[in-house]
Design a protein around this ligand. Structure first.
Ligand SMILES: Cc1ncc(COP(=O)(O)O)c(C=O)c1O
Length: 400
């Protein structure tokens, strides 16, 4: 395909993409190179928590770009200090390291856990470095993050893996207990497994995990790259179960669409020594200024309650849709939800919805028997209704 005088094939092939080029975005709407509009329920894969190009991000970027883009991580800068303060003030954590992607934040979490396991050795005086993660989990695409992930097939694609990651079963505390050895240093999980198909860890499981990790002097790491920053109706999803992890990673929503991520830890865990962690772009003021604008919007009175309300509304509407079309129900937390289709028609629905005229609908099917919904957190009820109506039409067309 050609776009202007450029050939898309000059990009390295990494996945199959539809024959369109995105040129503009506003709120819940995307426009392609032919001027066609799409109601966007991907939002950059749960990244644009305030929709496409929100005014507060435009303002933050415009103001910061004129002031200071990157003084290097060798120096402090104002937006990163401000964002770290906003995050620690609204979470159980004391220290923040900024990164550029969720995978990089998770790499930082693995390093911090291994460092802690070197300082807090086992009874035999050996370093502890093993991390228990979960089947079907997704922690990113670096080699270590892929090794931590429980995605089928990922153990062989770029083998050998980074050693030391062992997979338990989500919501099965005995399966975690069984994997604990004298080398174990941490347990890491997504409070809601996103890529696996929006599977929440139960409140009871989160609480049992906290008790178990404390009993064995293990760290509890929450990967909140997808669930954090208001997505599940609380600022962070761990708050839904009333527990406190030792380490948390953030990505996606924290930057509202720009590359920003974070590694947060309790004071006593934040034990990196000089030179052990860093990165050229980490904590640069241009991205962290955007993070400040996003965080200030999320913590404004009433915002998180509106996410909860709209999440409940979407859940109810998806249940009605499921009943109407004989599907298998819905699940999720806040505005991270899934519709269970009961059969492998997800990819077909995604294609048909995108090709609707005059406006298309952008949906995501992380598993063939399921659709995942990741609207902006400020989506309107009308935009939720519009999606349900468009999707219902597609399901009828498919004889569901
Ligand atoms: C839970 C979770 N962790 C980590 C990542 C990786 O984030 P990134 O793609 O920014 O590296 C993702 C991305 O989907 C994710 O959902």
């Amino acid at each position: 395909m050609e776009f202007s005088q450029y050939a898309v094939d000059n990009l390295m092939y990494i996945t199959n993409r539809p024959q369109l080029v995105c040129v503009e975005g506003q709120g819940m709407w995307l426009t392609d190179n032919n001027g066609k509009r799409y109601l966007d329920y991907l939002q950059g894969w749960a990244v644009n928590c305030l929709g496409h190009s929100p005014q507060c991000i435009q303002d933050a970027l415009n103001a910061q770009v004129k002031k200071l883009i990157n003084p290097s991580p060798a120096f402090y800068n104002e937006p990163s200090i401000k964002l770290a303060t906003l995050l620690t003030d609204h979470s159980c954590f004391d220290r923040v390291f900024f990164a550029n992607s969720g995978a990089e934040a998770n790499e930082g979490a693995f390093k911090l856990a291994r460092k802690w396991g070197k300082v807090n050795k086992n009874a035999a005086g050996e370093n502890r470095y093993e991390i228990i993660t979960f089947d079907h989990s997704f922690h990113g695409r670096t080699i270590a993050a892929m090794s931590a992930s429980g995605k089928a097939g990922w153990d062989t694609i770029f083998a050998p893996q980074v050693p030391g990651f062992h997979k338990a079963t989500l919501n099965d505390i005995a399966s975690v207990e069984k994997l604990i050895t004298d080398k174990t240093v941490a347990v890491m999980l997504e409070p809601v497994q996103g890529e696996a198909g929006v599977i929440p860890a139960t409140r009871e499981f989160m609480q049992a995990l906290r008790t178990l990790t404390k009993q064995h002097n293990l760290l509890l790491i929450a990967d909140e790259v997808q669930t954090g920053m208001g997505r599940c109706g609380e600022m962070f999803a761990y708050q839904l179960s009333g527990i406190e992890p030792d380490i948390m990673t953030l990505g996606k929503g924290i930057g509202g669409g720009v590359p920003l991520a974070a590694l947060l830890a309790k004071e006593e865990i934040a034990i990196f020594e000089a030179g052990e962690q860093g990165g050229t772009y980490n904590g640069n003021p241009l991205m962290t200024a955007v993070g400040v604008a996003v965080a200030e919007t999320l913590i404004a009175p009433g915002f998180l309650q509106s996410v909860k309300d709209k999440g409940d509304y979407l859940g109810r509407e998806l249940t009605k849709l499921s009943d109407k079309h004989g599907l298998a129900g819905e699940r999720g937390e806040g505005l991270l939800r899934a519709l269970k289709l009961g059969k492998d028609i997800g990819p077909q629905i995604v294609d048909k919805a995108r090709d609707l005229q005059p406006v298309g609908l952008l949906l995501n099917s992380p598993r063939p028997d399921l659709l995942r919904f990741m609207p902006s957190l400020n989506v309107t009820t009308e935009e939720l209704d519009q999606m349900i109506a468009l999707l219902s039409g597609v399901l009828t067309d498919l004889d569901c």
